[in-house]
Design a protein around this ligand. Structure first.
Ligand SMILES: Cc1ncc(COP(=O)(O)O)c(C=O)c1O
Length: 684
């Protein structure tokens, strides 16, 4: 095909990149990364000459020395910053017709894709061809090819530092940083199936770990499709580096005009079939400044998530708290996969039900017997039915949030559909205020089946209140229920009851107990729980094995690594650092992070009418800087990672710098670029 054309491939490489300084020479299971790459490039059928282009500075000497040993590759050294000049000089020297550009951080580069891009350039008579115009290949298989004429025109027109460093930005025109863009005929090489979410570059420690593991299992000649097949069969290996944000030379460089285009488009589709476009109020668009916020996530790893437009964030919501270790925790997911291979659900209980029940008994002071549900609401409702059956009374006293079922939600402003007669059976009182419950008991003596509270939450618990409440319930013969759906496996491995030393009759756990897999538990005193043998609390998926396996692995890991202690220490230092940033920006009149280390809250102190606008602007700025934060900082073990901590502070600072500027204006609302957020309802 290209006999008459001289096709020169140039791999640009340098030592001393900021994140992984010696990455080109990193050993990938017996061979330096750059050598693996060179060997793979040499398999291309169309390339006539292969060059490594590096900078003149001494730090690259070691690289040159190493590459000198490899046959069939030439080295060119030139200006450290003007990479475009290196390409131009090589192309002139070689009298090239077509130049192929690769970057040295792609040890899995694929010769077939290189040839495809070259063919596309020639067959379409294009000036520039690549597989990065609309990404469908894994990140790390980037190939660009262009004609000599394109290179000359670029060389003559490009004046700015950025374009000289990034070589092809003038040609493809994708980058918002490029001042001028050329007018070239471009052709895009795309794969039918989109694999662009996969990350195969070498840029960070985690990439290195992934590539080492991969190369110890595959042959260096494996095609990219063979590698895909291998990864499909070994999904956990594939997950290892998915939380790493793309590098400066990667996709972030090509800032999209509309960062949330896919989210916004998909919302139009989803809201036609799904009310609100979401299963959960608090995960729906009403909670976000729609238009400048993501609406759908694609994946999460550790403490980071990626939305469907490919934007990366550190996540402080964690699916509304069930993620306690981090997304895709290897130990938990290994246990899950093991169980997937044995069966998700049976027609009789598996042993896992009891293994986990024993574990809960060991950890939670009041747990003598255990039943499972899927959501928190399942077990709070089970607790209420049990209390009513046990006491033969109907009234319930509540002081927190306890789920979506009639008996509780009837007390809220979202009570539509709940019969009045049911609403009348639930009475509210104030947390930490013993007189308010005494008043209820006085008004309805010996009528309350249960008092249900969240024993720890956003405001500091008064231990005396817990103790007095327990004594009061005992004398009134009312069942005391602790709803530990949030505090469980967060404040302490044994819950708030262990932390404060007050044992309830029954308690409810959920959220953090299985690192995101759906599981909740009702635990309590044997004499009360025994009655569950008569009560109809019976569901198809109760005792489903996958979540039980996940929970056992989660709790074992939490116990072994003392994760709760570590997360709570992290919380303490986060509170100090965030409040310092708030103070340094002179925003303490408007904002504060509360002192509760296991569940810090971002308290907004602005005036009432401004609160919704202010919250919306804060969320807008956090998102812009790569933070997903609601009104609380929901913490997990992966947040304790030093780099994630520092990145959080940096992003928080940048967000507040903007907010500070806006607050000087009389009309704050002019800075809100998306919709104003709405409250589901106020409970806490
Ligand atoms: C304290 C508390 N109890 C109960 C529930 C209900 O749990 P679920 O939404 O899993 O039904 C929640 C949910 O946020 C909660 O925070």
């Amino acid at each position: 095909m290209s006999k008459k054309l001289k096709i020169v491939c140039i791999i640009q490489v340098r030592m001393g990149s900021s994140r992984l300084p010696n990455k080109a020479l990193e050993d990938l299971s017996g061979m330096p990364s750059i050598e693996r790459m060179i060997r793979r490039v040499k398999k291309s059928k169309n390339i006539n000459k292969l060059y490594i282009a590096t900078g003149n500075s001494h730090k690259n000497d070691i690289l040159v020395k190493s590459i000198n040993r490899i046959k069939g590759v030439k080295i060119y050294r030139g200006d450290d910053d003007n990479v475009l000049d290196r390409f131009y000089q090589i192309a002139l020297k070689e009298n090239a017709n077509i130049i192929v550009r690769l970057t040295g951080d792609c040890p899995l580069i694929d010769p077939e894709i290189i040839d495809k891009v070259i063919s596309s350039l020639i067959e379409n008579k294009s000036d520039y061809a690549s597989n990065i115009l609309n990404r469908t290949y894994p990140d790390g298989l980037d190939v660009e090819a262009f004609t000599m004429r394109t290179l000359i025109e670029t060389y003559q027109n490009v004046k700015d530092k950025y374009s000289k460093e990034h070589v092809t930005s003038y040609m493809h025109g994708l980058s918002s940083n490029t001042k001028h863009k050329g007018d070239f005929k471009k052709s895009s090489v795309e794969n039918k199936i989109n694999f662009s979410h996969l990350r195969w570059t070498l840029d960070e420690e985690k990439d290195l770990e992934f590539l080492k593991a991969l190369f110890s299992n595959i042959d260096n000649n494996s095609s990219w499709m063979n590698i895909i097949s291998y990864l499909l069969a070994n999904p956990l290996l594939n997950m290892r580096n998915l939380d790493v944000p793309e590098n400066e030379g990667g996709r972030l460089r090509y800032k999209k005009i509309d960062k949330f285009q896919k989210s916004n488009n998909f919302f139009k589709k989803a809201s036609k079939t799904i009310p609100l476009g979401s299963q959960t109020f608090s995960k729906s668009h009403i909670q976000w400044p729609k238009g400048v916020a993501p609406l759908f996530f694609d994946r999460g790893h550790g403490a980071k998530v990626v939305d469907i437009d490919g934007n990366h964030y550190i996540d402080y919501i964690l699916g509304l708290l069930p993620v306690s270790l981090g997304y895709c925790d290897l130990d938990v997911d290994n246990a899950v996969i093991k169980q997937v291979n044995r069966g998700a659900i049976f027609s009789m209980p598996s042993k896992l039900e009891n293994i986990l029940a024993e574990k809960l008994k060991d950890l939670i002071p009041s747990a003598e017997m255990v039943r499972y549900g899927k959501n928190g609401s399942d077990v709070t409702t089970a607790a209420i039915r049990l209390a009513r059956a046990y006491t033969d009374r109907d009234l319930i006293a509540v002081a927190g949030y306890h789920g979506w079922h009639d008996w509780y939600i009837g007390t809220s402003t979202r009570s539509m559909g709940v019969p009045k007669s049911v609403k009348n059976l639930t009475k509210k009182f104030n947390f930490n205020d013993i007189e308010s419950i005494k008043a209820l008991f006085k008004k309805y003596p010996k009528k309350f089946a249960a008092v249900i509270i969240e024993p720890a939450g956003l405001i500091e618990t008064d231990i005396n209140f817990l103790k007095d409440l327990k004594a009061l319930c005992k004398s009134e013969k009312t069942i005391l229920i602790f709803d530990e759906i949030i505090s469980g496996f967060r404040i302490d491995l044994g819950g708030a009851q262990k932390y404060y030393g007050v044992k309830p009759d029954l308690s409810c756990f959920g959220k953090g107990m299985a690192n995101g897999y759906p599981l909740s538990a009702l635990v309590g005193k044997r004499r009360i729980m025994k009655l569950m043998e008569e009560i109809f609390f019976s569901t198809t998926f109760g005792g489903e094995n996958i979540s039980l396996a996940a929970s056992i692995a989660t709790l074992n890991k939490m116990e072994k690594l003392k994760t709760i202690e570590k997360v709570n220490n992290f919380g303490s230092s986060l509170i100090v650092s965030l409040n310092k940033i708030i103070n340094d920006n002179k925003l303490n009149k408007y904002l504060e992070v509360s002192k509760i280390n296991w569940w810090p809250q971002l308290i907004i102190k602005s005036e009432k009418e401004n609160e919704a606008i202010f919250s919306s602007i804060l969320r807008q700025e956090f998102i812009q800087n790569g933070l997903i934060i609601g009104s609380t900082f929901n913490l997990c073990y992966s947040h304790c990672d030093k780099s994630s901590h520092l990145a959080t502070l940096n992003k928080f600072q940048k967000s507040l710098e903007n907010v500070k500027g806006y607050l000087n204006s009389k009309d704050l609302s002019q800075y809100l670029k998306g919709d104003i957020i709405q409250k589901t309802f106020k409970v806490r």
